[in-house]
Design a protein around this ligand. Structure first.
Ligand SMILES: NC(=O)c1ccc[n+]([C@@H]2O[C@H](COP(=O)([O-])OP(=O)(O)OC[C@H]3O[C@@H](n4cnc5c(N)ncnc54)[C@H](OP(=O)(O)O)[C@@H]3O)[C@@H](O)[C@H]2O)c1
Length: 213
């Protein structure tokens, strides 16, 4: 079954947290992380976003860098990757800033429903391999997974993540919000380092690719 290339992109603290102990809308990364996040967005046809992350932040990440926007125009691609929101019920406040952002919005949901107002399309999530194949069929072949931890854990457990792009941020946060949730059970897998880059603000980009048998 054809499926998209899937890259998980997260900013994490030195102790592996993606949000402070109190939770909420986390902003872990600084300017260095923002730059590599936009590079990943410029590579992608679409982003996958967990429903909780969208509700907490109210919007998704956009490319602002003029060179990256120009690069996408020259490639005859939309300026922004599409946003694919993953949700069991698809209920979102229509006042969220997300619904005014200049991008195509898709909903991925186990519920059988037509696209709710504000969404361009709804794709049924019966199994993850089938859902990702359906997105690839629609031309969404390069996906960035923007989290959160719940969604990242599910896709890692399903062995569907091809690359991990982590920005290590010079913070210790403590608390319960590890980027891989407790309880996720993973088959032992090896990952090969593809890139390491020191970023502004002493942040460190690490990009690993999953070694397939
Ligand atoms: N540091 C970073 O780079 C970064 C990035 C992203 C997020 N975050 C932080 O992560 C936290 C949120 O993460 P989270 O783990 O709590 O939530 P999350 O992964 O963003 O979202 C979980 C939600 O996704 C939907 N979902 C997940 N798996 C699904 C499935 N198999 N089928 C259908 N729907 C599914 C459900 O949405 P419904 O509830 O709509 O059904 C579920 O409640 C926030 O603190 C956010 O700021 C940090």
């Amino acid at each position: 079954m054809p499926r998209p290339e899937l890259r998980l992109v997260l900013a994490v603290s030195l102790d592996g947290r993606l949000a402070p102990p109190a939770g909420g809308a986390a902003q872990i990364g600084g300017r260095g992380d923002r730059a590599v996040l936009e590079e990943a967005l410029a590579w992608a046809d679409a982003c996958l976003i967990g429903g909780r992350t969208l509700r907490l932040h109210g919007c998704t990440c956009l490319i602002h860098s003029p060179p990256l926007l120009e690069q996408r125009r020259q490639q005859r691609r939309s300026e922004q990757p599409a946003a694919v929101v993953v949700s069991r019920d698809g209920c979102f406040d229509p006042q969220l800033r997300f619904f005014a952002q200049p991008l195509e919005r898709w909903l991925l949901t186990p519920a059988s429903m037509a696209a709710p107002a504000g969404f361009h399309a709804a794709v049924q999530l019966s199994s993850w391999p089938e859902a990702l194949a359906a997105l690839a069929d629609q031309g969404l072949e390069r996906l960035v997974l923007l989290g959160g931890a719940d969604l990242a854990g599910t896709l890692l457990q399903e062995q569907l993540v091809d690359e991990l792009q982590l920005t290590l941020c010079p913070l210790l946060l403590g608390g319960p919000h590890s980027w891989l949730p407790a309880g996720v059970s993973l088959a032992p897998e090896r990952w090969q380092l593809q890139e390491q880059r020191l970023l502004e603000g002493e942040e460190l980009l690490l990009r690993y690719r999953r070694l397939r048998d």
